[in-house]
Design a protein around this ligand. Structure first.
Ligand code: HEC
Ligand code: HEC
Ligand code: HEC
Ligand code: HEC
Ligand code: HEC
Ligand code: HEC
Ligand code: HEC
Ligand code: HEC
Ligand code: HEC
Ligand code: HEC
Length: 299
């Protein structure tokens, strides 16, 4: 009796196993293997790292995350044929740049990416994936150091400007490219974060915003009339040094030369104002003055 019972249980087991195998085979016949059947965890590639990023959960996660970026790819690698995915970012196959970008823009065409189309980078055929790494848990470009290194790879002129004697402390890590620029484009010139150049400067240099009782028109108009944004051979990021800076707009003839003549200079006869003196010695409030008698920007 006991023997028979054991045999019956064995038989049952065999049937269960057989059924499972049949079910499996039926399932296999019905549906092709999914992305994760072939691109498995043990894979030497870093493919599965995507599940350690925010994108691991998109479209419900699992293989649906893969197809959200790479497309359904129904023909891809089926039946031994080495067919590409619908949207590939390389290295084996590389879809054209518009196709690759459309994949990302499907979800990122608003917020900071809203001005991508028409931006300098889009027109230069940059791909989102030239800057972003989607299969890396910490996308390097999302950190300030990573972004800067990447930007400077292409922008060698800016790299040179950051070595000049006077410079914004960008290499020093106190400000960064993306504090002023949106790499995805913006409404402002030079892809600046704020629409006007001055508003961009005011976001850190609030004291220069005013309003001033006595404005100096060029400062209110455009800081770049006197300053370079990245670096300069002249101190304080200035476009020119000493009187030359001011004389671009203030021809010497306009200066009241008579009352400020040679009096203060022992034995001299030349105009003190123009004797290689920096105009700032007297006109120190070049950005504007709030002093009741600061009309000449001297206090
Ligand atoms: C039947 C197995 C199999 C399935 C299923 C499969 N792949 Fe692949 N895939 C491969 C193989 C193998 C390669 C390497 C290329 C080759 O040798 O043909 C590859 C390569 C790739 C590449 C690299 C492309 C490149 O340019 O380097 C991507 C991306 C990719 N697969 C995505 C997917 C996605 C997304 C899915 C699900 C829709 C998927 N794969 C399903 C086997 C598969
Ligand atoms: C957020 C979009 C996105 C998602 C989600 C995504 N990928 Fe990718 N995939 C990319 C990009 C972009 C690259 C190019 C390399 C990079 O940027 O990291 C890439 C590269 C690859 C490669 C080539 C890797 C190599 O260097 O050989 C394979 C294979 C691949 N993906 C498969 C998959 C699979 C499988 C999934 C789902 C588990 C998936 N991808 C999910 C965007 C994505
Ligand atoms: C199916 C929608 C979808 C697609 C396709 C997609 N993303 Fe995303 N992405 C998201 C979501 C959701 C988040 C998290 C919320 C957010 O930041 O908007 C995100 C976040 C990001 C972030 C911020 C990551 C972080 O660590 O904070 C970057 C960068 C990004 N995506 C780049 C890309 C790139 C590049 C592609 C194309 C290769 C892409 N995305 C494709 C949905 C998507
Ligand atoms: C020139 C390099 C570059 C290109 C090209 C680029 N990005 Fe970015 N992206 C960045 C940097 C740098 C940041 C980090 C911005 C920050 O820290 O303020 C970022 C941030 C993001 C973020 C997350 C936070 C945010 O500001 O919205 C998303 C999403 C994103 N990028 C998507 C995209 C998509 C989609 C594309 C293609 C249409 C793209 N990026 C093209 C450099 C780039
Ligand atoms: C793959 C090369 C490449 C990378 C990486 C790159 N750029 Fe550019 N960028 C260009 C090219 C090409 C232009 C157009 C020519 C020019 O103005 O120098 C451009 C233009 C610009 C402009 C001028 C925009 C305008 O509207 O006139 C700014 C600002 C800029 N890039 C900032 C950045 C920042 C910030 C980064 C890093 C997040 C970056 N770039 C990364 C290639 C690159
Ligand atoms: C303090 C703000 C600020 C920072 C930080 C900054 N920029 Fe700029 N950048 C500007 C301004 C303002 C302009 C526009 C200059 C003009 O129109 O006179 C500009 C212009 C540019 C241009 C257009 C060409 C040119 O030189 O005029 C590029 C490219 C550029 N910046 C790249 C970068 C890169 C790369 C970084 C990081 C290494 C960076 N910028 C950091 C403010 C900044
Ligand atoms: C993201 C913040 C930020 C923005 C935006 C910014 N700056 Fe600065 N700026 C700084 C920092 C930080 C310093 C260094 C201050 C220090 O070390 O005390 C600085 C210093 C300066 C200096 C003095 C440099 C020197 O040699 O002492 C000038 C001039 C200047 N900025 C002009 C500008 C102009 C013009 C703009 C707009 C195009 C601008 N800044 C936008 C952060 C910023
Ligand atoms: C008419 C020329 C001119 C214009 C326009 C101008 N600056 Fe200046 N800026 C100067 C001069 C000259 C100095 C050096 C003053 C000194 O050394 O005492 C200076 C110094 C600075 C400094 C460093 C010293 C300090 O006062 O903090 C900052 C920051 C600065 N400017 C920001 C700005 C901003 C922001 C704008 C636009 C709103 C602007 N400047 C417009 C001429 C100008
Ligand atoms: C980009 C042109 C420009 C530059 C550069 C410039 N200024 Fe001016 N400045 C003006 C304009 C425009 C006025 C207003 C003139 C008027 O109201 O008649 C003005 C007004 C003045 C005034 C007041 C004059 C008055 O009649 O009330 C003084 C003082 C002055 N600037 C000094 C300087 C000094 C010092 C420098 C150099 C640091 C300088 N400016 C650089 C354009 C400039
Ligand atoms: C020794 C001090 C001193 C120096 C140096 C000096 N200025 Fe003046 N400047 C003055 C004073 C004081 C006034 C006001 C005169 C008045 O109210 O009649 C003035 C007036 C001006 C005015 C207004 C002119 C007008 O017609 O109302 C301008 C513009 C000006 N200076 C520009 C400059 C420039 C540019 C430099 C450098 C090349 C310079 N100043 C150097 C003291 C100086």
């Amino acid at each position: 009796m006991l023997r028979i019972g054991v045999m019956a249980i064995d038989g049952l087991k065999a049937i269960v196993v057989l059924c499972a195998a049949l079910l499996c085979a039926a399932a296999w016949a019905q549906s092709e293997p999914g992305c994760l059947d072939c691109h498995t965890q043990g894979d030497e590639s870093t493919v599965h790292q995507v599940f350690k990023t925010v994108h691991g959960a998109i479209n419900g996660g699992g293989a649906n995350a893969c197809t959200a970026c790479h497309g359904p790819s129904e023909k891809h690698d089926r039946r031994g044929k080495k067919q590409p995915v619908d949207i590939s970012f390389g290295p084996l196959w590389t879809s054209d740049v518009d196709t690759r970008n459309a994949s990302c823009q499907g979800c990122h065409d608003n917020k900071a990416q809203i001005h991508w189309v028409g931006s300098a980078h889009q027109q230069e055929n940059l791909a989102c994936s030239d800057c972003h790494q989607s299969h890396t848990p910490q996308d390097p470009v999302m950190g300030d150091d990573g972004a800067q290194a990447l930007c400077l790879n292409c922008h060698t002129q800016v790299r040179a400007e950051l070595q000049l004697p006077s410079r914004h402390p960008i290499s020093e890590g106190k400000t960064d490219c993306v504090d002023c620029h949106n790499p995805h484009g913006s409404l402002g010139e030079a892809a600046l974060n704020e629409v006007t150049l001055n508003d961009n400067c005011f976001s850190c240099h609030q004291d220069k915003r005013g309003p001033f009782l006595w404005e100096h028109p060029p400062a209110a108009e455009d800081c770049a009339l006197c300053h370079r944004p990245h670096g300069s051979v002249n101190e304080r990021l200035l476009t020119a040094r000493g009187p030359a800076l001011c004389q671009q707009c203030h021809a010497a003839a306009f200066h009241p030369s008579v009352p400020y003549g040679s009096e203060g200079l022992p034995g001299g006869s030349a105009n003190q104002n123009l004797l290689g003196k920096n105009c700032l010695n007297c006109h120190s409030q070049v950005h504007g003055s709030n002093h009741p008698s600061g009309a000449r920007l001297t206090r």
